[in-house]
Ligand binder design. Structure first.
Ligand code: UT7
Length: 336
């Protein structure tokens, strides 16, 4: 068995900054409400004709590959997590293979929303452990802004989400190395699938041709729906459970955590988790203030920033944890 470690990290966000005041010009909301309920001050939105989920993923990936000291031809598998693919199909994994000019390696798309990056890392870990691959490119990227209901009707959701991408190169660690991914823990509870969802353009609801023919502007099934308070209540419980599960599996205590990177869903959720485990401010990294909730991209963006700022050092115990639509949740425990 081999150990899998993160060898390179990168992120990319579009230049266009959208402040809370900008949003209050197009819907009935306020900077005060958004900051108080979510901690978000601003987020990035792509512009017309600008970045896509794939192009941002590619930009983040290039940085991660370079920092790993590798060449694109060293990548032997691609995993792409997103809920906002460029196309309904094919998924963006193959588009990355094409746009990076990587040889015909396998490309897997992960559909686990906010937990997407944690799920993707877990898959990469298993492929490395089994010896099947040596260098796996793992990407989380999202363009939310094009799919949001930017009217007062959608304000409970639209103010939260932002666009961006993060990437990691997961590689086989040197023999005998104690660093790398120690374990991953994944869960789902489909009973609550519709509580945070985009129902269309799935084939389950209506004939897509009917919606188009009706020009049905009342049909909100293309927009994300979230039962905010219900999701919030489940999130704080599941985040805590899955971090505890990860620590226990490795015989560790909360005070052993050097850096917790929670999925950036809501600053209040992250603070709840921080208090629950008695962690100091420098043991948790948050950047939701600047980027909003970027779902599958949020953990790799935050992880990259924390690492760039020197907040993660060799030997540190790093915990990643996520919860989101599905419901799905999970944690990854790493020794840096
Ligand atoms: O990343 C995946 C996981 N996602 C999450 O974990 C998100 C979890 N949920 C949340 O973060 C919070 O529930 C929200 C931030 C989405 C909402 O905060 P809340 O404190 O739960 O507010 P609420 O939905 O209960 O709404 C309170 C009030 C309502 O008005 P009334 O009925 O009290 O008159 C809403 O209509 O706030 C109103 N409201 C807004 N007001 C101004 C909802 N959205 C907005 C808005 N601006 N953007």
């Amino acid at each position: 068995m081999y150990n899998a470690k993160i060898k390179g990290l990168g992120f990319y966000v579009p230049e266009n900054v959208v402040t809370n005041d900008d949003l209050s010009k197009v819907m009935d909301t306020s900077d005060e409400w958004i900051q108080e309920r979510t901690g978000i001050q601003e987020r990035r939105h792509v512009v017309e004709g600008g970045d896509t989920t794939t192009s941002m993923g590619v930009k983040a990936a290039k940085v991660a590959i370079e920092r790993a000291g590798l060449d694109k031809d060293d990548i032997d598998f691609i995993i792409f997590a997103t809920l906002s693919p460029d196309y309904y199909f094919p998924g963006p994994g193959v588009l990355v293979q094409r746009d990076l000019g990587i040889k015909t390696v396998g490309a897997l798309d992960v559909r686990n929303q906010c937990s997407g990056f944690v799920y993707a890392l877990s898959v990469a870990d298993q492929y490395i452990k089994s010896g099947m691959y040596k260098n796996i490119l793992v990407i989380g990227s999202e363009v939310h802004s094009k799919g949001l209901d930017m009217t007062t009707r959608g304000r409970g959701v639209s103010v939260i989400f932002g666009d961006g991408a993060g990437a990691a190169v997961v590689s086989r660690a040197e023999e005998g190395s104690k660093s790398g991914i120690l374990s991953s823990h994944l869960h789902s509870e489909g009973q609550h699938a519709e509580e945070l969802s985009v129902i269309a353009p799935g084939m389950g609801k209506r004939w897509v041709t009917d919606i188009i023919a009706d020009n049905d502007t009342e049909d909100t099934s293309y927009f994300p729906y979230m039962n905010g308070q219900f999701v919030f209540k489940n999130a704080v419980v599941r985040f805590s459970e899955v971090i505890k599960e990860g620590l226990k599996a490795n015989d560790l205590q909360p005070q052993d955590i050097d850096m917790l990177i929670p999925h950036q869903a809501n600053l209040r959720i992250a603070q709840f988790v921080q208090n629950k485990f008695g962690l100091a401010d420098d043991q948790v990294y948050n950047n939701i203030m600047s980027y909003g909730n970027t779902t599958a991209a949020s953990i790799p963006i935050a992880l990259t920033e924390a690492w760039e700022q020197g907040k993660i050092k060799e030997g540190d115990l790093v915990v990643l944890a996520a919860f989101g639509s599905g419901f799905t949740w999970g944690s990854v425990i790493l020794r840096w």
